[in-house]
Design a protein around this ligand. Sequence first.
Ligand SMILES: NC(=O)c1ccc[n+]([C@@H]2O[C@H](COP(=O)([O-])OP(=O)(O)OC[C@H]3O[C@@H](n4cnc5c(N)ncnc54)[C@H](O)[C@@H]3O)[C@@H](O)[C@H]2O)c1
Length: 353
Amino acid sequence: MTRLSFYKDKKVFITGHTGFKGTWLCHILLQAGAEITGFALEPPTTPSLFLQTKCAHNIHSITGDIRDRVALAKAVVNARPDIIFHLAAQPIVRLSYSKPVETYETNVMGTVHILEALRQSSSTLSFVNITTDKVYENREWPWGYRENETLCGFDPYSNSKSCSELVTYSYRNSFFSDEKSPAISTARSGNVIGGGDYAPDRIIPDCIRAAHNGAEIVLRNPHSIRPYQHVLECLSGYLLLAEKQYDNKTIEGAYNFGPDEESCVTTGKLAELFCTAWGSGVSMRVQGDNGPHEANFLKLDCSKAKTVLDWKTNWNIKTAIEKTVEFAKAATDTEQQICIDQQIKLYFDNCRC
Ligand SMILES: NC(=O)c1ccc[n+]([C@@H]2O[C@H](COP(=O)([O-])OP(=O)(O)OC[C@H]3O[C@@H](n4cnc5c(N)ncnc54)[C@H](O)[C@@H]3O)[C@@H](O)[C@H]2O)c1
């Protein structure tokens, strides 16, 4: 794949490689010919995309906890990576209300630990910390947030990711400021959908579970608008950022990677698109559950990624849902593995960036 030729034979270290985004990232990089070391806890869900696609067979997969600073540093130093993507996190908003301490420990101290490991790694030139669109102080604005806006997530998850941004900012200024240091960036993307996401409390996985069980889809918050995008959209952004800053430290910083305006739809519209893509036998109803606070209106302004990196979106929300349904209907692990590989190839062969 020409678009990813930069990654051929590159050594890439990924934290959180057993999760949803991490597994997709591994498969993209495997197609590109990279040598991958992953560091993460066991897969967070059952079933798990990581196990279904037998990802561990093709990479060096280390089971470890990012709260264990020594083990993480040892893994990084031994791997001698050219590039590091930091994805390991406790990423569920609702869980962060019941487990705030663990969420902060993992998401904030985990970031400190990977940056400490980076200080010991003489080989690495490019580091990308994956945070989220939820890092911004949400003012329920109708327009998109820019990278220079106030960071102050509301709930423990979002707030821990704002803290992770601040930690990265401080480490960049304090320890990686000279021109020979690795380039260090953070990437903020929207709500991601795609095949193999089995997380609880996420709308599309909930829709798929309902469709498979012949149950009704229950919508908690049908009017909320979020920047939904296919997982390949944001991953293409992370990969482009890591590549471009590899030999150009001047572009390091914070970058938003979100969908175009037309794909920022309400949760209700998203579920409607899902029902159409799934076909007969699925329906939905609205039922508020007095759950904890979640933002209603959230969009990202991605002008910086488009201008500085020449990043472009490729799949709109309709295509993103169709591709997710295509994966969900694949009957066996082998079919799912083939489906993912084909979708990656299709995406990057036609990638506009
Ligand atoms: N999925 C989304 O919609 C979305 C949106 C924006 C940002 N993100 C961010 O992207 C990243 C990946 O999200 P995901 O959806 O793949 O989540 P996921 O839950 O599927 O994967 C999380 C990964 O982190 C690992 N992990 C968790 N705690 C750990 C610990 N203490 N030590 C080592 N590994 C640990 C898990 O084992 C897993 O590999 C996260 O940083 C998340 O905040 C996700």
